[in-house]
Design a protein around this ligand. Structure first.
Ligand SMILES: Cc1cc2nc3c(=O)[nH]c(=O)nc-3n(C[C@H](O)[C@H](O)[C@H](O)COP(=O)(O)OP(=O)(O)OC[C@H]3O[C@@H](n4cnc5c(N)ncnc54)[C@H](O)[C@@H]3O)c2cc1C
Length: 383
């Protein structure tokens, strides 16, 4: 992909920040176990958050491809920190499109400056793949909605400043048609949250959010009542391509380190890079990662041109995390016994990318989406 001068300049800013500020403390950050909000504000100052949102609200109004370039660069330094700009782009766009002006004006500039992180609450304890079958209720009471129920597996559960919540306002048998989206500040009375002890992405703080008679004004509704799924829950093709680029970058970081090691580590009197048993698996990883990178940018370019990209985005969303996991594993093995130590980052990168084999839709659901794009309801009637 040939970059424009503007894209190259933004890439350079993100690259410098990722290599100098993020990469050296990637593992230390996991040990601290919390999202460093100062770092988020720093990204905001550098213009790296919501870069695709309008300038009026703190963005730069760039296209999806450029947003992908930034996500990729940041994830090279720290996969978890790069979840903040990706979430900001996805949820900022949803808010811009569906919220009342007072919500947009109050919250979007805070998101792009790094002073607010917003989470999205869809999944419930009974399951996430069948997302439209949710049970959380939002009852209308005059000029308010009153929300009751539990959301679970929520990214930034214990650190988000607000949540985009999908709750049922219609009858259960209405399925996706009876779901309404609400913007809920996290300090609204009646909200409690916790944090899971996760395998990876530990600074993200995934957990449950409990709603007990949580009252939100009607003007906090996004889109129309009952249209939460059809109007608001869009834009995920976009974030799927961005997520794939995060995974690509994480694998590329391990590949670059493994190549450098293969050049200097010796066995049997020569660099191990001379053994094709060492170099060929790395070449295979490079090839697979390069292919997924190109397909991810192709999906973003289609989006920027206003063309369908659902299948391409779902393809890279399942291939990205899985391939990155396998490639990083191979890199870990290249380091021999050192790779097995927590001193090196490969084990953390494997754990981190693995979460996105599930989060934002599992590989199984992504494959159903691709099949549906190809043969419609003959492939899947229930999605
Ligand atoms: C790191 C991470 C971050 C997350 N962040 C958020 C968040 O911010 N907000 C949020 O709302 N949720 C979030 N989730 C939840 C995530 O969206 C769900 O875990 C996901 O949609 C799957 O739902 P489930 O875990 O309930 O699995 P289930 O739906 O119970 O599925 C279990 C298994 O069955 C398979 N399966 C189910 N149906 C089918 C089918 N029709 N065909 C083939 N296979 C099928 C699935 O692929 C899966 O392997 C996150 C999850 C993770 C791991």
């Amino acid at each position: 992909m040939v970059l424009t001068d503007d894209q190259r300049a933004l890439q350079e800013t993100a690259r410098r920040f990722a290599r100098e500020r993020l990469l050296p403390a990637y593992q230390k950050r996991e040990q601290a176990g919390v999202l460093d909000r100062e770092l988020v504000v720093e990204m905001g100052r550098l213009g790296l958050l919501g870069i695709d949102l309008p300038e009026q609200y703190g963005g730069m109004g760039v296209d999806g491809v450029t947003t992908g370039i930034i996500a990729e660069e940041l994830a090279y330094g720290d996969f978890n920190v790069s979840a903040v700009p990706v979430g900001c782009s996805l949820l900022g766009a949803i808010i811009m499109k569906n919220a009342r002006p007072e919500i947009i004006e109050q919250w979007v500039p805070r998101m792009t400056s790094g002073h607010a992180v917003v989470g999205i609450c869809v999944t419930e304890p009974r399951g996430g793949s069948d997302a439209a079958n949710l049970q959380m209720r939002a009852r209308r009471d005059g000029e308010h909605y009153v929300i009751n129920g539990e959301k679970t597996s929520i990214t930034f559960a214990d650190s988000a400043d607000a949540f985009l919540v999908f709750a049922r306002t219609g009858k259960p048998e209405e399925g996706a048609r009876g779901v309404t989206a609400l913007f809920v500040p996290a300090d609204t009375p009646g909200i409690q949250r916790n944090r899971f002890d996760d395998v990876g992405s530990r600074i993200i703080g995934r957990g449950s959010v409990f709603f007990d008679d949580v009252r939100v004004p009607v003007n906090h509704r996004l889109g129309d009542e009952g249209k939460g799924f059809t109007q608001v829950m869009v834009g995920f093709d976009y974030s799927r391509a961005l997520i794939a680029l995060q995974c690509v970058a994480c694998a590329q970081a391990s590949l670059d380190e493994a190549w450098a090691y293969a050049k200097e580590r010796e066995a049997f009197g020569r660099p191990i890079g001379q053994f094709q048993g060492v170099s060929f698996p790395l070449v295979e990883g490079e090839s697979q990662i390069a292919a997924i990178r190109q397909l991810s940018y192709h999906a973003l370019a289609l989006r920027d041109a206003g063309l369908p990209h659902t299948a391409e985005a779902a393809m890279v969303k399942w291939m990205g995390p899985k391939t990155a996991f396998d490639v990083i594993h191979q890199c870990l093995l290249t380091f021999g016994h050192y790779g097995w130590s927590k001193d090196l980052p490969h084990q953390q990168r494997m754990r981190d990318v693995m979460g996105l084999e599930i989060g934002d839709g599992t590989a199984g659901v992504m494959k159903l989406i691709v099949a549906r794009e190809r043969i419609g309801r003959a492939a899947v009637q229930y999605l």
